[in-house]
Design a binder for this molecule. Structure first.
Ligand SMILES: CCCS(=O)(=O)CCC(=O)O
Length: 249
């Protein structure tokens, strides 16, 4: 089976109305290959304006959303609100939320399931810290982060999931995993899915790489058999994001 390439841009906590307008103009003018799904994830405050201004060829994602549709959850947003704005994706479990907001893998799984049950697809982020890689526990960490998600979802719900592998030591550092390093973990993740979910889910699920992807390293990474795309940070805020989208083409 060939999996549709997937390129996400995580704007994180960046942007102004002026810089967003300039980036959207670039993206709206870009020729996007038919065999690539493209999603951008602006900060929550800009979701509505970005959705309204951006070509429908590009989907829009939240960077997080809660496991409730309303209630006393100050600062959170609900899947229903995303759907109301035409937002079709959300990130879940980004390492910065695990680190700074102490999100457990069980909490990430609960939010992932709730989002999918309410019509929002999920980019589920997993990945090891530098110390865990140096200790040789990368696979154990990824397995521990995947297990609650596998426990929570039905096989059918995996159709609404993209897994983003993010070696935390490569995020925003300029250090990028080598293609071999990334491929090794992606292959492990796919094998883990085959063993713990199903062969069909393992084959169909996009596993994308995130961690200092840019216009220079994207092609070699895209050539790896189990790298089905990217979740791009800083470079997604620049015109070079268009080159990264075309990496597979
Ligand atoms: C899988 C998450 C990757 S991300 O969204 O943090 C972008 C990576 C980077 O900033 O280098």
């Amino acid at each position: 089976m060939s999996r549709q390439f997937f390129v996400g841009g995580n704007w994180k906590m960046n942007g102004t109305t002026a810089s967003n307008e300039a980036l959207i103009e670039t993206l709206n003018g870009a020729e996007i290959p038919e065999d690539v799904d493209v999603v951008v994830a602006p900060p929550a405050i800009y979701l509505e304006s970005v959705r309204k201004a951006l070509s429908p060829r590009i989907a829009v994602s939240a960077q997080n959303c809660y496991h409730a549709q309303s209630g006393a959850f100050t600062g959170e947003l609900a899947p229903a609100m995303l759907a109301d704005l035409g937002i079709t994706w959300t990130l879940q479990g980004h390492s910065e939320r695990r680190e700074y907001f102490h999100e457990s893998s069980e909490f990430v799984a609960k939010k992932t399931k709730f989002a999918i049950e309410h019509g929002i697809k999920v980019i589920a982020c997993i990945g090891e810290k530098l110390a865990e890689r140096e200790d040789g526990t990368t696979f154990d960490v990824c397995a521990a982060q995947l297990a609650p998600i596998a426990e929570a979802l039905s096989a059918e719900q995996w159709a609404d999931v993209v897994i983003a592998y993010e070696p935390v030591w490569a995020i925003g550092t300029g250090k990028v995993a080598t293609p071999d390093q990334a491929q090794e973990v992606h292959a492990y993740i796919r094998a883990w899915l085959a063993e713990n979910v199903s062969a069909e889910v393992a084959e169909a699920t996009r596993i994308i790489y995130g961690g200092s992807v840019n216009g220079k390293n994207c092609n070699e990474l895209a050539g790896q058999p189990d790298i089905d795309g990217f979740l791009v940070g800083g470079a997604s805020l620049k015109p070079e994001f268009v080159n990264i989208i075309a990496a597979r083409a």
